[in-house]
Design a protein around this ligand. Sequence first.
Ligand code: UD1
Length: 337
Amino acid sequence: MRILVTGGSGYIGSHTVLALLEAGHDVVVIDNLANSNQESLRRVGEIAGRSAEFLQVDLLDETALDNAFSSQNVDAVIHFAGLKAVGESVEKPLYYYHNNVGGTLNLLRCMERHDVRTLVFSSSATVYGASEEVPLVEKLPLDAVNPYGRTKEQIEDILSDVGAADERWNIALLRYFNPVGAHESGRIGEDPTGTPNNLLPFVAQVAVGRREKVMVFGNDYPTPDGTGIRDYIHVVDLAAGHLAALDYVHSHSGVHRWNLGTGKGSSVLEVLAAFSAAAGHEVPYEFGPRRPGDAAVSYADPSAALADLGWSAHKTLQQMCDDHWRWQKENPLGYSS
Ligand code: UD1
């Protein structure tokens, strides 16, 4: 197939583009490079031995987007492009709704005009909000608790309506848990701009000496060691989940929802121990107050993805940290190293 990947030069996008190329698909990436670097795709081309086509297009520019569809004869779309910083979304909600929801509406209109109705959407476990019920299952009501999460929830609602209105649409909504790690080559990985919001990139920057210590957000949660528990999933396993979902929706119409997680939770202290083992030295940390809006425990029930797609995550927390560390050590300043 020829697949259009929005946001394909970003962290999860670039790993998925690599998996698509390795599976024999042709890939066209569109990205506005707002939070990514085209170097990721150059390296993906090196690893795969062939390249994705790249078009610098912003989803808010519907004319440019339409031109991309006219010039590329695509069969399906994987839609990653979007803003994703929770704190920033609280400060600039209009910017988030306009970009994420508005950009998706433009994409869907272009897809319809060009008769492309197969879509895999990058959603997030954040749509479950502060649900205390673990493991999280797809049928839980959605209840995102911040503007970023609500953009994901609203896009899921829009896609559900679109799929219900016209059975020619084939749509997968993939709810990611906590993507971490990097391709085992150490050539591509997560390259956050500014201070990382998420745990693993922060820990990695401390381990490589770019930051002094990790602040552990709370050690008084009702968990065995008092720190928050999350379902970390290796980005290469996550990328494989996209290919499985694409295969499925290619032959099944309607709107389908799957959690992509391991089903296993790890605490912040377990992550720090695994990362210290990967780096060969202790990663310094100290305990601080809880971060507002954080749940104590979040992990997936990934059984629907296994039953429907035959997909499950295989890589361990230690492999995630080993691979994340290899990428960070060999590219201490990310793609601008
Ligand atoms: C966060 C976002 C979520 C988003 C997800 C993936 C919030 C409230 N939630 O989820 O919407 O979908 O990232 O991008 O921001 N931690 C520390 N110190 C740090 C960073 C994190 O102790 O410097 C802890 C957190 O309290 C949490 C765990 O590490 O227990 C993981 O945090 P993080 O990587 O930010 O992911 P989520 O909180 O799951």
